[in-house]
Design a binder for this molecule. Structure first.
Ligand code: 1GP
Length: 290
């Protein structure tokens, strides 16, 4: 059952920090899960790449273009203050837009009920202003820190913040980019289809809800569709695919192979104007539901 507008706009304070309220009772995980809806688009905002007010403006344009979720994170060394300021600015912008929609007879409040989700480079990049976090095991890392170390450091903070954890297996595929290097990853090559299948089974057996196939931010080539297709054969996982997806054709290939969610980040940073950003993102969002 949906909340009234006044309830929906009532800020919830956690440790003195504002947390956004949302329409309806569902958890972010329920909203994220693979269902009967078509594939959806996530906009990744890297807090290191712009000031919080610009991040909020870009997030609003992304939602206007049809993006269904905002990830905040990416760079490995962004301090929590910067991550927090960015999450807060985005949440406040969405709340204002939701309020404006509630005052407009033709407005659609639910359009601004968009989860803001941490996509952290480590336990230093957390914020109580986020709705949820991709709580990830970098499954093909060779380093304990990324398998379980950062997670152990972060878990007590997330518990205190009340930020919902989305249990996620994170797999870095070639070319892998900076995340592949920093994460000291054994990259999955385009023809490693049985290996990706084994990882997907493993993710399911761990109880992860989400498998995220990553080619690296700004990658020259996205995750090979054969890898997505093979991972898709494992039931019960929601598949997120990102890295190097720049054109509607790239998005279409990933969706056709079985991606439930498409993540794009770099295209948002490269657009020169709000108008260009909206047009580029609209094309990518439309390609999610051909
Ligand atoms: C990176 O998958 C995301 O973690 C987005 O990649 O910046 O290449 O869109 P791009």
């Amino acid at each position: 059952m949906g909340r009234s507008t006044s309830e929906a706009l009532c800020p919830l304070h956690v440790n003195g920090e504002m947390r956004a309220m949302h329409i309806g009772e569902g958890t972010v995980l329920e909203k994220t899960r693979r269902g009967s809806h078509p594939s959806r688009h996530i906009t990744l905002i890297d807090p290191a790449k712009q000031a919080p007010d610009i991040a909020a403006q870009r997030a609003m344009v992304a939602v206007e273009a049809g993006s269904s979720m905002v990830f905040v994170g990416g760079s490995t060394d962004t301090p929590d203050k910067v991550v927090h300021a960015t999450c807060k600015a985005i949440q406040e912008a969405f709340e204002l837009r939701m309020f404006a929609a509630s005052q407009d007879p033709e407005g659609d409040e639910s359009a601004w009920d968009v989860p803001v989700v941490l996509f952290p480079g480590g336990a230093h990049a957390l914020s109580p202003a986020a709705d949820a976090i991709t709580f990830m095991m970098l499954m093909n890392s060779t380093k304990r820190d990324f398998l379980v170390g950062e997670q152990v450091r972060g878990a007590p903070h997330l518990q205190a913040f009340g930020v919902e954890a989305l249990p996620t297996g994170y797999l870095v595929c070639a070319p892998g980019g900076r995340v592949g290097e920093v994460g000291e990853v054994d990259l999955i090559q385009p023809d490693d289809v049985e290996l990706v299948h084994a990882y997907a089974l493993c993710a399911k057996m761990y109880g992860f809800s989400i498998l995220y196939l990553e080619a690296g931010s700004g990658a020259q080539a996205p995750v090979h569709p054969d890898l997505i297709r093979r991972a898709r054969t494992v039931d019960g996982l929601t598949l997120i695919v990102g890295g190097g997806l720049r054109t509607p054709a790239d998005v279409h290939a990933a969706v056709e192979a079985g991606a439930d969610w498409i993540v794009t980040g770099t295209v948002t940073e490269e657009s020169d104007s709000v108008h260009e950003l909206k047009s580029v993102l609209s094309e990518l969002v439309n390609a999610c539901d051909p």
